[in-house]
Design a protein around this ligand. Structure first.
Ligand code: PLP
Length: 403
């Protein structure tokens, strides 16, 4: 009776439920190939760890820092983003705010811009937290569907169809969780051109996987072709994925000064500034080092993606396969697999049933696609090492290819 309607309306994370089941199986002594992970199984590189150690002896590392983050780090992230995206600085009036992870940045960004009843367009399959965060601030998530055979890339025409007088924002996530693809340069150009016609729409560009790609061409962004869009683009990024530091909770948002100021106001009355120790370590860390750190990770992901293709081909499932290029996920579309025949078509979305069956029969744990807004699918993480990955894929593909 004490619970607010806001709390009741917020969906618990689907991975919690999956993890409960995994833990139960592990307690029963069963072997589980856990392919649900949303993080890289590596420690960050030693230069970053050394910077953290070198900050341990300073009093300020343990004290409140500025609400929006240390100025030096805000400037560093801003310069880094503009340089890597080849945008001339000074062109646009941009600011950076650092938050407790990029999820927190997205939450503040929506809080600073969304009024109750505003619509926010999200492109399915989407990251699980977008709809919940939009709803939390009183907004309405409006979903644009995509298909596996289009490499999960939305048609601009489909986005056009859902734009209404209440549309306030659109979220673009490239590279994408859960599909493991990034939209092409051509798509970004077309999208940018289209957005020029819609001055009233704010764009959230979630780039947390921007550095995690293993096939060229590397991800590009609409504002690189139309820098004038930066006036109403909020770029989200952080260290969780590119520095394998999900638990350190540092993310940031770059955007128009007025919006960043509003986000800072929200942050000042909720969490205050982010982790001082880690920010100070990042001020002295050379962000260029992450490329050396990521090189073997990219190699491993490329190999994992190749393995999936092989396994699908050997099982005669090539027609169900699509090529991933980035992030560390693959989205299995069950509706195109032989195993789907035994589930029938009466129930619209059987993701959870199928994922539970796969876990019981093969020991492979996946995340049901329902949470990502894609029916009859599941997300598979590519973060297992080669040997267990090969074993898991063998069992999984065997299940998928049987009627
Ligand atoms: N955006 C996407 C697409 C994600 O997949 C995640 C985490 O999995 C985040 C944002 C949030 O990352 P963090 O809050 O750890 O920086």
């Amino acid at each position: 009776m004490f619970l607010s309607s806001r709390a009741k309306d917020t969906q618990a994370s689907i991975t919690l439920k999956v993890n409960e089941k995994i833990n139960k199986l592990l307690q029963e002594g069963k072997y589980v190939y856990n392919m649900t992970s949303g993080q890289l199984p590596f420690k960050p590189n030693h230069t970053f760890k050394e910077q953290i150690q070198s900050q341990l002896n300073f009093l300020k590392s343990y004290q409140y820092g500025p609400v929006s983050g240390f100025k030096k780090l805000r400037e560093k992230f801003l310069t880094h983003k503009l340089t890597t995206r080849r945008i001339e600085s000074g062109q646009i009036n941009l600011e950076c705010i650092i938050s407790n992870g990029s999820k927190h940045s997205i939450y503040n960004a929506l809080g600073a811009t969304i009024n109750p009843g505003d619509e926010v367009i999200i492109l399915s399959p989407y990251w699980v937290s977008y709809p919940e965060m939009i709803k939390f601030w009183g907004g309405l998530p409006i979903v644009v569907q995509t298909q596996a055979f289009d490499n999960f890339t939305p048609y601009i025409e489909d986005i056009k169809k859902v734009i209404s007088p209440r549309t306030k924002a659109i979220i673009v996530n490239s590279p994408n969780n859960p599909c493991g693809i990034h939209y092409t340069k051509e798509w970004m150009q077309e999208f940018g051109k289209f957005m020029l016609e819609h001055e009233e729409i704010l764009i959230l560009s979630d780039e947390v996987y921007g550095d995690i790609y293993y096939f060229d061409p590397s991800p590009e962004y609409f504002y690189q072709y139309y820098p004038e869009l930066l006036n109403r683009t909020l770029i989200i990024d952080g260290i969780s994925k590119s520095l394998a530091s999900t638990g350190l909770r540092v993310g940031y948002c770059i955007g128009d000064k007025k919006i960043i100021k509003a986000m800072s106001k929200i942050q000042s009355q909720t969490t205050s500034g982010p982790n001082s120790l880690i920010q100070k370590a990042l001020i002295d860390y050379n962000l260029e080092h992450r490329d050396n750190f990521l090189a073997p990770i990219r190699e491993q992901l490329r190999e994992s993606a190749r393995l999936i293709r092989e396994e699908f081909r050997e099982a005669g499932l090539s027609h169900c396969y699509y090529q991933t290029t980035s992030a560390f996920y693959y989205l299995l579309d069950f509706s195109r697999m032989p195993c789907f025949e035994k589930y029938g078509h009466e129930i619209e979305d059987q993701s959870t049933t199928i994922v539970n069956d796969i876990l019981d029969k093969t020991g492979v744990a996946l995340v049901p696609g329902t949470a990502f807004g894609h029916k009859n699918s599941a997300r598979m993480s590519l973060t297992l090492e080669a040997a267990p990955l090969k074993e898991a894929l063998g069992k999984l593909v065997d299940y998928l290819s049987r009627k």
